[in-house]
Ligand binder design. Structure first.
Ligand SMILES: Cc1ncc(COP(=O)(O)O)c(C=O)c1O
Length: 379
């Protein structure tokens, strides 16, 4: 067999992201049977550490779905929006629209309340919409990966609760990189994934499911099989997965979560993410013609978005800057495709993204920003 010719790139995209060597090595741990006692040795600690990382306490049950973040999101829709109910989805970008599209694809009655690119959820507008539509369920994105905007999850959930609706939260690109205090968040179900701020390969969707959500799901019909959270919870409580898990990823996840909780420390991990956001803010301020895209107070700790000077084109970013950095061993993010296409069509300034999630260190980021700056200055 010929040796694969894969480039060893340092990923500064927004997930999948950089994986440490010791976590890659953990893929070599023994395979196991998922209905055997060995399974418990992996998934027992995994579920306990997920609770700690989320600040979930006993209020939520962590469930691992074979799939990705979208799998957990789809399960939240299938299991928690009953026939005849209305879902209001609140979107501040492409991934907000993704949640809405999942609901529509599953035949749910749904409406999409959209805010402009780069904006966070406007609470006054949402309040009025909730009063008008009276939805039973509301879904929204905690961290909008396409625009680098983080919504105030607790405040949004509180507003949804004020109107008697059930909040479903997509936290795919922030979980593991920020303090969620999930136990006090008000979310009924929180969905996330392995390949972003947990710095693991993709392969599991993760759902934190409240007792309230479970009680509702028991009454909802037509939940599918893998998207039925009551079936998933039945297995999760035995530290098992409903379907055969990715055992290699489970081994890696066991090691990674033990390392995060017992070696790095959860608070240190969150502080490191905030430090890296601060580094990009300072860097962008010092770069002629560039500035941060997301508004202050709503900037993501895991993905920063930077406005380019007027006149910079998508082709320059994708072919020029990205390829120049690839040649130096880095995978650059030239902005979310659909966002820059829309901005370009409106003659607005384009946005690049810097992913600084998971196990990327401030030293790695500093090195990357120097290289990125050198290429951007050639534009
Ligand atoms: C905020 C957000 N939601 C959902 C998704 C979809 O997640 P997955 O690709 O794990 O299904 C992504 C992926 O980038 C995301 O960033």
């Amino acid at each position: 067999m010929s040796k694969p010719n894969f480039a060893p790139l340092k990923l500064f995209i927004t997930g999948p992201t950089y994986i440490r060597d010791d976590i890659k090595q953990a893929a070599l741990l023994p395979e196991f049977g998922h209905r055997d006692a060995e399974n418990d040795l992996r998934f027992g600690p995994i579920r306990e550490n997920l609770r700690k990382l989320a600040g979930a306490g006993d209020a939520y049950e962590p469930v691992l779905f074979l799939g990705s973040g979208s799998t957990a999101m789809e399960a939240s829709i299938r299991s928690l929006v009953a026939d005849g109910e209305t879902l209001l989805n609140v979107s501040v970008g492409a991934f907000g629209d993704h949640y809405y599209n999942i609901a529509v694809a599953n035949g749910k009655k749904a409406e999409n309340l959209k805010f402009d690119y780069g904006q966070a959820i406007d609470m006054v507008v949402l309040d009025a919409k909730l009063a008008e539509l009276k939805p039973e369920v509301v879904s929204f994105t905690h961290n909008e990966t396409s625009t680098g905007v983080t919504n105030d999850m607790k405040a949004v959930c509180a507003l949804i609760r004020k109107h008697g609706a059930m909040p479903l939260v997509d936290g795919v690109s922030i979980f593991g990189g920020a303090d969620l205090d999930l136990a006090n968040s008000g979310a009924a179900m929180y969905s996330t994934a392995t390949q972003k701020s947990l710095a693991l390969p993709a392969g599991f969707g993760i759902g934190f499911i409240s007792r309230e959500a479970e009680a509702k799901a028991e009454k909802v019909t037509n939940k599918g099989h893998t998207t039925d959270i009551t079936k998933q919870l039945g297995r999760a409580r035995k530290n098992q997965t409903l379907t055969t898990p990715n055992g290699t990823l489970a081994n890696q996840m066991y090691v990674q979560l033990e390392r995060i909780v017992s070696e790095e420390g959860i608070e240190n991990r969150f502080a490191r993410h905030l430090e890296m956001r601060g580094m990009v803010e300072k860097w962008a301020e010092g770069l002629d013609g560039f500035e941060m895209f997301a508004p202050e107070g709503f900037r993501s700790p895991t993905v920063s978005t930077v406005l380019c000077p007027a006149g910079v084109t998508s082709a320059q970013l994708k072919k020029g800057v990205k390829e120049a950095l690839r040649a130096q061993g880095y995978l650059m993010d030239p902005g979310y495709g659909k966002l820059n296409t829309a901005l370009e069509a409106d003659d607005r300034r384009l946005v690049i993204r810097v992913g600084h999630m998971g196990d990327i260190t401030p030293e790695m980021l500093a090195e990357y920003l120097v290289k990125l700056e050198a290429e951007l200055k050639k534009l």
